[in-house]
Design a protein around this ligand. Structure first.
Ligand code: ADP
Length: 459
């Protein structure tokens, strides 16, 4: 029951309740109508017995019985008995014991041969003949017959009514819960595409669900505004920090050229330069992402040879890899063209390769490949480094997420992969990662390649 939808639960509840109400109402109605029916039969029995004297003409030695007396009006059998209880005239139903005692003015229920009878006896003084008893007999089963018919009808009608109730209940609940579905869908969409500008927009209803929808939209509005402020702040701060950092870097460069520097001074300046360039890198990543969030980051795709661009970018990282004694190998399928923003593509690939170097083993390998698969340019950056733990893997594309930070230095901000993911997204591509801890990782990105006819002709 726990796993059933609210729709099913409400329908079940509704149907069970309705069936119970119908059952109770039917039971009360049947019992009342049964009683009314029985008392109706009993009253008819009394009346018939009293009116039957009209069909009897008494003489001194005999009674003359009119043929109407023998009619089974309303199923009532009439018979005449002498004062001593001897049967004189009339009809008794088959199986009824005529020897039953006569009791003046009493209505009884008697059983004989598995049948139940209502019996009413009354004494009359029919002069000049004398006193006689007139007995009326009617079958109880006949009175109950109509109740049984009603029961049978109820037996057919009840399941039918339950089915109709369930159907109507289901439709109504479905309709009533439609806004809830809308709220869930909106939340799911926000979760997938992180677009806080979406609204539930239920319109102008007044019930609880509409109020929930409105509250939700209000909350989204506030959240969006506060995220917007945060983005603006990040963007402003990054922008403001860029100028002083450029000054620091320029000054460091200029001072390092000075020939009279002592060893300690040189080391100090080099450290400042390293930290300042780490900071400049972080700031440029922050700036790019905040501009991207605000939709202000320009993307200028050009039709380029992705094969050449990949080869050149990889070559530029050779020196970095060599510092760690890592061999960088490339296997690039030539002639793959794609419409990409050159700067952004280089940033994305540089990030992947520099990660492979940072998280690679000394003396290890990095393989960069590019292939054409089903119209998509598929790039892979594989390393045989430390790998990514199962716990970290689902989060590495999140902003500021840094797995196992003990292995990295402070130059790592946790922004590189989220930036790579955004770059691929704006190129209608995507990226994913696979990794075996302590064996290595492979990052695969895919983006649409340009079709042959769009590629520039070779001269
Ligand atoms: P960072 O600046 O920390 O490198 P990234 O967004 O580039 O930020 O990467 C996020 C995290 O993913 C890293 O902190 C690291 O734990 C993991 N990671 C990324 N690339 C690799 C790789 N090639 N090998 C192992 N772990 C990696």
């Amino acid at each position: 029951m726990k796993n059933r939808s609210l729709k099913t639960k409400l329908t079940l509840l509704y149907t069970v309740l309705m069936t119970l109400v119908i059952l109770t109402a039917l039971a009360v109605l049947l019992s009342l109508s049964g009683q009314a029916l029985r008392s109706g039969v009993q009253t008819a029995l009394r009346e018939q017995v009293h009116q039957s004297t009209r069909d009897i003409t008494p003489f001194e030695d005999r009674l003359e019985i009119d043929s109407d007396f023998y009619d089974l009006d309303q199923g009532i059998y009439l018979s005449v008995y002498g004062e001593d209880g001897t049967f004189l005239y009339g009809r008794v139903p088959y199986g009824f014991n005529t020897g039953e005692f006569l009791r003046d003015g009493q209505l009884r229920t008697l059983s004989s041969s598995e049948t139940q009878w209502y019996v009413y006896d009354a004494r009359f003084d029919l002069q000049p003949y004398g006193e006689v008893y007139i007995r009326g007999v009617s079958s109880v089963a006949a009175a109950d017959h109509s109740t049984a018919v009603t029961f049978r009808f109820a037996g057919i009608l009840l399941p039918l009514m339950a089915a109709v109730t369930a159907f109507i209940g289901y439709r109504m609940t479905r309709r009533a819960l439609l806004p809830v579905r809308r709220i869930t869908e909106t939340v799911q969409k926000i979760q997938t595409d992180e677009d806080l500008s979406r609204r539930v927009g239920l319109g102008s209803g007044r019930d609880e669900i509409y109020r929930l929808g409105k509250t939700f939209d209000g909350l989204l509005e506030k959240l969006e505004a506060s995220f917007q402020r945060e983005k603006q702040f990040t963007s402003d701060v990054s922008h403001e920090l860029r100028t002083p950092l450029t000054v620091i870097l320029n000054q460091c460069g200029a001072m390092l050229e000075h020939p009279d520097l002592s060893r300690t001074e040189r080391e100090g300046l080099l450290l400042i330069q390293k930290k300042a360039s780490d900071m400049a890198r972080l700031i440029s990543q922050l700036l790019l992402l905040s501009r991207a969030d605000q939709g202000r980051q320009p993307v200028n795709p050009e039709l380029l040879s992705l094969s050449e661009l990949t080869e050149i970018t990889a070559e530029e990282q050779q020196a970095l890899a060599a510092e760690k004694d890592i061999t960088l190998e490339t296997r690039i399928q030539p002639g793959i063209m794609a419409a990409v923003d050159e700067t952004l593509y280089i940033r994305m690939l540089t990030n992947l390769i520099s990660n492979a170097v940072s998280y690679g083993r000394k003396g290890g390998h990095i393989y960069v490949s590019l292939d054409l698969e089903n119209g998509m340019a598929v790039g892979r950056v594989r390393d045989d480094g430390y790998g990514i733990s199962e716990k970290d893997l689902p989060h590495i594309f999140e902003r500021f997420y840094r797995g196992d930070s003990s292995r990295t230095d402070s130059s790592h901000s946790g922004l590189g992969l989220s930036m790579a993911q955004w770059i691929l997204k704006v190129h209608s591509g995507f990226i994913d990662a696979e990794s075996t801890p302590s064996k290595g990782s492979v990052f695969t990105f895919r983006l649409p390649a340009a079709s042959e006819d769009r590629s520039p002709k070779k001269t």
